[in-house]
Design a protein around this ligand. Structure first.
Ligand SMILES: [Zn+2]
Length: 245
């Protein structure tokens, strides 16, 4: 008798797990899954979600326009930042050290961008690029995706050089090469070897003369060498802070 009482008490005291169960309708795992999916679908159909998509599209359009007209490093850096270092975008922007480097902190240049006394003819004039010293035969990389525009042999000043015309008005030039291994109209990927360091043309030693032009104006290529590294740093920081893209 006591056992029966316990049994009835349990039936009345146990809360019903779901309205369906209470009505005697079996609840399978499938319907639980359906509920979860419909929650996500509800979120994706909400005005807030749609607004977020529209805003993201607008930001992208704005960023691409800004990139096309940007003529300063700061503007280009900001484009990358507002697009969360968009991978497709940065592959088309000069964003690498153009020669093989063991570590980014070892990267050094022997002559910067700007006015200087020319080491050979002594004239005080504009140095439109940076000089990166490297041993004879060091591989030279394309700094962004590109279709090769121009290769020149035995130029009186730049020696053997390669000119790459990238998207969005970027041009990069690699001078004093020992030799190049690409040809015009060849499709080249960012980081691909295009030639080797030498001292052809007007040069006092083995180095790469690296030029970066944006919308027809030369820019200091130095900060651009670290853009990919900045992307890496930004992503590392984001993953540590726990927020996802
Ligand atoms: Zn130079």
């Amino acid at each position: 008798m006591q056992q029966y009482l316990k049994y009835f008490a349990l039936i009345f005291l146990l809360p019903a797990k779901s309205p369906l169960l209470a009505q005697g309708i079996p609840v399978g795992k499938d319907s639980v899954l359906e509920l979860e999916i419909s929650e996500r679908e509800k979120w994706q159909a909400s005005p807030l979600w749609l607004e977020k998509q529209v805003i993201q599209e607008e930001i992208k359009k704005f960023a691409y326009n800004l990139l096309r007209y940007a003529v300063t490093y700061r503007d280009i850096f900001n484009v990358l930042r507002i697009t969360h270092w968009d991978a497709a975008l940065i592959q088309n922007i000069p964003s690498l050290v153009p020669i093989q480097q063991a570590q980014i902190k070892n990267f050094k240049i022997t002559s910067g961008f700007g006015y200087r006394e020319h080491p050979i003819n002594g004239e005080y004039r504009f140095h439109g690029g940076i000089d990166i010293p490297a041993p004879h035969g060091t591989p030279v990389y394309a700094v962004a995706n590109v279709i090769v525009n121009r290769v020149v042999k035995f130029h009186y000043s730049l020696g053997n050089f390669i000119q790459l015309n990238h998207l969005n008005g970027f041009i990069t030039i690699y001078g004093h090469l020992l030799r190049f291994i690409v040809f015009p109209r060849q499709v080249v990927k960012q980081g691909q070897v295009i030639g080797y360091v030498g001292q052809s043309g007007l040069s006092t030693g083995n180095h790469l003369h690296y030029i970066l032009i944006k919308n027809g104006l030369p820019l200091d290529p130095y900060p651009f060498c670290f853009l990919m590294y900045d992307k890496f740093k930004a992503e590392k920081k984001r993953s540590y802070s726990g927020s996802s893209k």
